[in-house]
Design a protein around this ligand. Structure first.
Ligand SMILES: Cc1cc2nc3c(=O)[nH]c(=O)nc-3n(C[C@H](O)[C@H](O)[C@H](O)COP(=O)(O)OP(=O)(O)OC[C@H]3O[C@@H](n4cnc5c(N)ncnc54)[C@H](O)[C@@H]3O)c2cc1C
Length: 393
């Protein structure tokens, strides 16, 4: 049976998340963007309202007997980004560290590494893949890990790591043998405060300014042997591939965040049109604006359906690499279009708060086309699956 409706429980969770976005995020959004700071009271408030994190809270809205963690996460992410995408990416919790630990870690590792996130205190997680010399193509990764007795020794340099300075655990990718290319890359768990882990520059950014993006330097950074997360067996080659598989879970979340900003910008442009449109607009000009808004509304709905499909497939344990990339590529580019149109449409007249928000969303949008794989890379992922016999670099 095909059914596009949300269940009553799902709708309830969506409204729960929307209320938080409205009451906790929107009121501080512009100030956090201006100062590039988030008050600690916001984190505690999130901790209080999302008991057990976004995922923990979602469990209370789950239909018994049904898998719907991904779908509930999508609903929350869209609402959070509607509130403020920078604050959404800075929420306390394991964040991007969780999927690799859950997917690759042994039961003992899962318990050991994720335990702290249940202690009621503020904790974050991060994932460090990107280096100054590598982003999309990780084959040339320069960060190395070598085994010395009972310890892995990590040396290298990562940058643009979301929540890197706050994270209690950083899933760090390093090569154990450069000659193996991608097959030599492994994920390691590096705890905060490990000697040799140096927190570098916090980047000043155009968008998502309140979300911290950090440089990390690893200098003779020693972690216990059992902090290797995947590819533990001798001679294993699949550590990196397996860890990258978690992107199938995280890309729809990024797509959902992009849809949330799209919706915010669309509603902002609509509010401007209804309440702030300067006098003197001819009827044909009004029609043009109304038609453009309707075009955007349709495209936002398309993006949301792509996101929901990828999430639904994840919940049903159906392989969704192609669909996860499709929704990320589409929503990541649409958010740039919608926010740019909102800026264009609302440009006449004096600067109002509505416009300040629209301008912020325009700046926030760009990164959704970059992180978790650019749109070009998503299309390559899709093309490889559509045309498996054609060699695509
Ligand atoms: C705000 C922010 C937060 C981030 N958070 C994290 C994080 O938490 N962890 C992390 O590890 N990284 C993070 N990143 C890094 C991000 O994932 C990378 O910037 C991204 O993967 C692109 O890599 P790159 O910047 O090296 O660009 P490159 O890979 O050098 O790409 C540059 C351009 O070339 C294009 N391109 C590259 N290869 C191809 C190809 N084969 N075919 C066609 N076009 C191609 C790309 O699409 C892009 O347009 C973050 C980045 C930002 C800006």
């Amino acid at each position: 049976m095909l059914d596009f409706r949300l269940s009553a429980k799902q709708q309830e969770y969506r409204e729960f998340a929307h209320q938080i976005a409205l009451e906790e995020m929107r009121p501080i959004s512009l100030e956090c963007d201006r100062t590039e700071q988030i008050p600690e009271s916001f984190f505690w408030q999130m901790q209080k309202r999302f008991r057990g994190g976004v995922e923990g809270q979602a469990r209370q809205f789950r239909q018994p007997g049904e898998r719907q963690d991904a779908l509930l996460a999508m609903l929350a992410n869209e609402e959070m980004a509607w509130g403020d995408a920078a604050l959404a990416t800075a929420m306390p919790g394991p964040g991007l560290a969780a999927p690799p630990i859950l997917a690759q870690g042994s039961p003992e590792q899962q318990e050991k590494f994720l335990r702290i996130y249940r202690d009621g205190q503020l904790h974050w997680g991060a994932l460090a893949l990107t280096e100054p010399g590598i982003g999309s193509d990780v084959a040339g990764m320069a960060t190395t890990a070598r085994l010395e007795g009972e310890e892995w020794v990590i040396d290298g340099h990562k940058h643009y790591i979301t929540n890197g300075a706050r994270a209690d655990l950083i899933i760090t990718f390093a090569t154990i043998d450069k000659s193996m290319g991608r097959a030599g890359i492994r994920p390691f768990v590096v705890p905060k405060g490990t000697p040799g882990l140096v927190i570098g520059r916090i980047e000043a950014k155009m968008g998502l300014r309140a979300s911290q993006t950090t440089e990390l330097i690893f200098e003779n950074c020693r972690i216990p042997k059992d902090h290797l997360l995947a590819g533990r067996e001798a001679g294993a080659k699949g550590g990196f591939k397996a860890a990258m598989g978690t992107l199938d879970a995280t890309r729809p979340m990024v797509g959902a965040l992009a849809v949330g900003i799209c919706r915010a910008a669309y509603e902002g442009a609509q509010a401007w049109y209804q309440h702030e449109l300067p006098a003197g607009y001819a009827p044909y000009q009004r029609r043009e604006i109304a038609e453009k808004l309707e075009e955007l509304r349709q495209e936002i709905q398309m993006a949301r359906l792509l996101v929901w499909r990828a999430a639904w497939m994840a919940d049903q344990r159906i392989s969704n690499s192609k669909e996860a990339s499709m929704c990320k590529a589409y929503a990541g580019q649409l958010v740039m279009k919608v926010t740019a149109e909102a800026v264009r449409l609302s440009s006449p007249g004096e600067m109002t708060e509505t416009k300040q928000f629209i301008h912020k969303w325009f700046r926030d949008a760009k990164v959704f086309d970059i992180f978790e794989g650019t749109a070009q890379i998503q299309r390559l992922v899709i093309a490889r699956r559509m045309f498996p016999k054609v060699s695509i670099p």
